[in-house]
Design a protein around this ligand. Structure first.
Ligand SMILES: [Zn+2]
Ligand SMILES: [Zn+2]
Length: 147
């Protein structure tokens, strides 16, 4: 996936590839698995494009979300974050320390098959977060239980 691929997707959806849209897509591409808030994005974009202001970034995020190029992710009480919609993934979030792991949609395939077989339900999880304890925290809670 390159910025050119993303610009092409944008045009396929009948959207113009404005400087702001390109800049937002480029930053999200750069961020990979990291989810950025609108403020973080605006700060990064401002470094390269001082003319693009926060309000433009917000408007651009809205239009790119509507166009289906980017997805919104929200963790508990944290501010809304954004990532490329092509990066389909889910998260396991540690309820104790807040660590998040991204995991592949393949992990959920057996669950989806079971749901369809047993309940006739066709699951289409978009951006799931599963709560639990990360490896470190569960090791620690295991120790405290053992002592
Ligand atoms: Zn995510
Ligand atoms: Zn943890």
């Amino acid at each position: 996936m390159t910025i050119d691929d993303l610009v092409e997707q944008l045009r396929d959806r009948g959207q113009r590839a404005t400087t702001a849209r390109r800049a937002v897509l480029a930053e999200l591409l750069d961020a990979g698995d990291t989810h950025l808030t609108a403020d973080e994005l605006a700060r990064r974009i401002h470094a390269h494009h001082p003319a693009i202001h926060l309000s433009t970034v917000y408007r651009t995020l809205d239009s790119l979300t509507t166009a289906g190029l980017i997805a919104v992710a929200r963790f508990a009480d944290q501010p809304v974050t954004y990532h490329l919609a092509t990066e389909v993934h889910h998260h396991a979030v540690c309820a104790r320390c807040g660590a998040t792991i991204s995991f592949s949609p393949r992990v959920l395939e057996p669950v989806a098959r079971r749901l369809e077989r047993d309940y006739g339900f066709r699951a289409d999880p978009q951006h799931l977060t599963i709560q639990g304890l990360c490896a470190d925290c569960s090791a620690r809670s295991g120790q405290s239980r053992g002592s």
